[in-house]
Design a protein around this ligand. Structure first.
Ligand code: N9Y
Ligand code: NI
Length: 185
């Protein structure tokens, strides 16, 4: 079971290292890691389990964050239509994206960052992405809104990029061109 003590924090070099492609069929360890990552998100969103184990709530988790340099991340959240978006993505790629951008109005956070960093994080509003599933099937999906934002936050982790790398240093809340904000409820 993944716990907070397993999540590495800012300053750890693994967060700044590009993760490696995963080969198929998955090894037993890779499959276990992928399943554990998705389970962490589910546990962290279950108030009883989260309280019991002191888990910080998350909608996404990348392998780098548990100190593993493999191109694997998990997402578990509901989209703006109230549909559950829940999957593990292996060797993910954005194949196309909108010109339009978006950003979370209140800024982003990260389970590997124990401080609030103010500012807008520009993201593509819509993406088309490809990835492999745990069972070795190729998936192609279209995402918008929060799932699209979260996908980009996780893909960044696999490339050693942190959300605050995208914040305008001089003016953190400078308007994002061509964008519609995502408002948190
Ligand atoms: C976990 C992050 C990933 C998200 C950050 C912005 C988009 C993806 C995460 C810190 C604590 C809160 C939590 C969060 C949330 C956001 C919107 C609506 C509802 C993965 N991470 N969080 N960050 N929750 N809940 O670092 O889930 O943002 O790499
Ligand atoms: Ni993060």
């Amino acid at each position: 079971m993944i716990l907070m003590e397993h999540i590495i924090r800012e300053g750890h070099p693994t967060l700044r290292t590009r993760a490696e492609e995963v080969t198929f069929p998955l090894s037993v360890e890779d499959r276990q890691l992928a399943e554990d990552m998705l389970q962490y998100l589910k546990n962290s969103q279950d108030s009883e389990i989260a309280e019991k184990y002191n888990l910080r709530g998350g909608i996404g988790l990348a392998a780098n964050q548990v100190n593993c340099l493999k191109r694997i991340f998990a997402l578990h959240l509901t989209d703006d239509a109230g549909e559950l978006v829940s999957f593990v993505a292996i060797n993910p790629k954005i194949v196309s994206h909108s010109v339009e951008q978006t950003y979370i109005e209140s800024g982003e956070g990260c389970l590997s960052v124990d401080r609030a960093i103010p500012g807008y994080v520009p993201r593509y509003a819509r993406i088309t992405a490809k990835f492999m599933t745990i069972d070795g099937e190729e998936k192609k999906i279209r995402l918008k809104g929060l799932p699209a934002i979260a996908f980009q936050h996780e893909l960044d982790h696999l490339n050693g990029i942190m959300f605050y790398d995208h914040i305008n240093e001089k003016e953190p809340f400078a308007p994002i061109p061509n964008s519609t904000p995502f408002e948190r409820v």
